[in-house]
Write a protein that binds this ligand. Structure first.
Ligand code: F6R
Length: 614
């Protein structure tokens, strides 16, 4: 999704802005641009379709001087990806420039009115409407930029994070947010702006997360001013951001995705840190301690999420139902929010989101809260919108996830859901002491077991090369492995663009079996658990139809190795913890297939890291 960077101070703005845009590349985008107030007080806008590197090349012979600027990476919503539609957008007089994340829903109405008043537009975007409206108000009412922005935002329906420059007031940036995140970094006589903290952390650890409806005025030498559209002063709490540069760079790996796959053992250790004691005998989640009453009295739990986070939710459902005996429903947030759901007092809604900004999940949270449910968030991005909208929650603490395909966030979410089920089951008395201890100990051992699986990387890379011919893949699993099959298929399709479907293994004979022939690779999670024999029969059915089987098996399995074309051996663990191990080879396989096919692994086409539009 679009990215925003801003700088105002005494340094050259251009290098800071370009570096910031590169840090935001993970969000996915199709064009990039920058606006600078030059030394001679000109307002220069440079923008181009393509990557940030293309923008740099485009600017090579341009005037890029100036210590005030805003920059943007655009992911097209209104109007095709093009240099004209890229941000920043000038106002008609070229005195103002704007960058914008989000969607102005009533842009067509506003545009029509402005055109009737003679305003001429250059692009197809909703964003240009906003900057033209601000200028129109400035001229008509003879007011300063802040007042014009306040009046304009009053008329706007939609979601936005915006930043504006005014040539006639060159030592100021104005930024505003509603439903789209925006962070202000505070330095010595300088301010930074970002759609998240990653472009800022290199310069300062002091940040203000703007709240919905906040408008920030940044002017060097003055305090950060935060007001609303009525010019009422708003609270701007300065927070310390705990993010270091090493966490957001590739650290020697060719792609962020591979780095993030390999980080999982350490990330999960951090996720459990302070929550599981060193003896492995107890799980403490502060949210469960603080909101014990609301949680143990839950009539049912509804998990809302999208994509990979939804798959984590499916595992969480089994875990919570097993250990807490509370019925759990798992809903796509996008469906839940639009179908007048039966939800209210006595329900606990768990919202799972890596970014904490997914528009549908955030809307589902708000809806459930309005209806009286108690909301628990499981998120990664600290200070993002979803954790701020919930009653309580647990961060997964796996560090920033930059690759668009979610990897370490998934295992972090499953780990937190497991700890939640354990902690809650323990206070409710629904889990036996023996089960409790063996799952806690099992969870504690997972990072080392993932390390063992990661040693298979070379072998999985070799194996993946032999499957790049495939146009379709099937992934099968049962019980706890069914969501793993869904996740494996999603990973493959999103980065290699090979069509892949995940199914509960027993469903194969109700349709998908018709697809199986010698060109169809089938990945089967067939570890030694209660349903082993049944999955074994599925493998026989596939082989009888000449399908090619890649089986994930428990160490030492010599039955399936005789049947399957390829076998990946996994270390033993409890069945309920298998997703944390079985997902790793599937992540690696998707990664290597995509690399072999020459795809852009970290920024797959059409996808965005943070889906802040519905
Ligand atoms: C898949 C992927 C997406 C996200 C989904 C939800 O690899 O990354 O399916 O899981 O867009 O995003 P969050 O978790 O940020 O709410």
């Amino acid at each position: 999704m679009c990215g925003i960077v801003g700088y105002i101070g005494n340094r050259e703005a251009f290098p800071i802005l370009v570096k910031g845009l590169k840090r935001l590349e993970y969000r996915g985008y199709d064009s990039a641009g920058v606006a600078l107030i030059s030394e001679g007080n000109n307002l220069n806008v440079y923008k181009t379709k393509g990557k940030v590197a293309d923008l740099e090349a485009y600017c090579a012979d341009k005037d890029i001087t100036g210590s005030v600027g805003i920059a943007h990476t655009r992911w097209a919503t209104h109007g095709e990806p093009s240099s004209v539609n890229a941000h920043p957008h000038y106002s008609e007089s070229k005195n103002l420039a704007i960058i914008h994340n989000g969607i102005i829903e009533n842009y067509a109405d506003l545009k029509k009115k402005l055109q009737e008043n003679g305003v001429v537009f250059r692009s197809d975007t909703d964003t240009e409407v906003l900057v033209q409206l601000v200028e129109y108000i400035q001229n008509k009412k003879e007011v300063d930029l802040l007042t014009a922005v306040q009046v304009a935002l009053h008329q706007v329906i939609g979601a936005y994070a915006v930043a504006l420059l005014d040539k006639n007031n060159p030592r100021q940036i104005i930024a505003a947010r509603k439903q789209s995140p925006l962070v202000v970094g505070i330095g010595e006589n300088e301010f930074f702006l970002g759609s998240d903290a990653s472009p800022i952390v290199e310069y300062t650890d002091k940040v203000v997360y703007l709240e919905d409806g906040n408008i920030a005025v940044m002017a060097p030498g003055e305090e950060l001013k935060v007001v609303d559209v009525f010019n009422e002063k708003q609270n701007a709490e300065v927070k310390k951001v705990n993010l270091n540069l090493g966490q957001i760079e590739k650290g020697g790996y060719p792609h962020f995705m591979l780095k993030e796959i390999f980080e999982q053992p350490e990330c999960l250790k951090t996720c459990m840190l302070g929550r599981i004691n060193s003896e492995g005998s107890h799980v403490t989640l502060s949210a469960v301690l603080d909101y014990r009453k609301q949680l143990i009295s839950a009539k049912r739990i509804i998990i809302v999420a999208c994509g990979t986070s939804w798959h984590a939710g499916l595992i969480g459902k089994q875990m919570i139902e097993n250990l807490c005996r509370i019925p759990v429903e798992v809903e796509y947030a996008s469906e839940f929010r639009y179908r007048n759901p039966v939800v209210g007092t006595g329900d606990v809604v768990i919202a799972i989101s890596q970014s904490g900004e997914t528009a549908d999940t955030l809307a589902a949270v708000k809806l459930a809260k309005e209806k009286g449910a108690f909301i628990y968030g499981i998120c990664n991005a600290v200070g993002s919108s979803i954790p701020r909208a919930t009653d309580t929650g647990s961060y997964i603490h796996v560090g920033p996830e930059i690759g668009v395909a979610s990897t370490k966030a998934f295992t972090g979410q499953v780990t937190v859901l497991t700890m939640l089920a354990l902690a809650l089951g323990n206070v409710m008395g629904t889990v036996s002491h023996d089960d409790y201890i063996s799952i806690v100990k099992g969870l504690q051992a997972i990072p080392d077991k993932i390390r063992e699986v990661l040693k298979l990387n070379e072998r999985i890379a070799d194996l993946s090369r032999t499957f790049t011919y495939a146009r379709n893949f099937l992934y099968l699993g049962r019980g706890f492995s069914y969501p793993v099959a869904l996740e494996g298929a999603l990973k493959l399709k999103e980065i290699s663009y090979i069509h892949a479907e995940g199914y509960p293994a027993a469903e194969m004979k109700h349709g998908p079996i018709a697809l199986i022939d010698s060109d169809m690779p089938v990945v089967v999670i067939a570890t030694h658990n209660d349903l082993y024999e049944k999955v074994l029969s599925n493998i026989q059915e596939i082989k009888a139809r000449k399908g090619r089987v890649i089986a994930l098996v428990s160490k030492g399995d010599d039955t399936i190795s005789k049947l399957a074309d390829e076998v990946i051996e996994l270390p033993d663990t409890l069945e309920c913890l298998e997703p944390l191990i079985a997902t790793i080879p599937l992540q690696l396989m998707a990664y290597h297939v995509a690399v072999c096919k020459g795809k852009d692994v970290d920024q797959p086409r059409n996808l965005a890291k943070s889906v802040t539009v519905e």
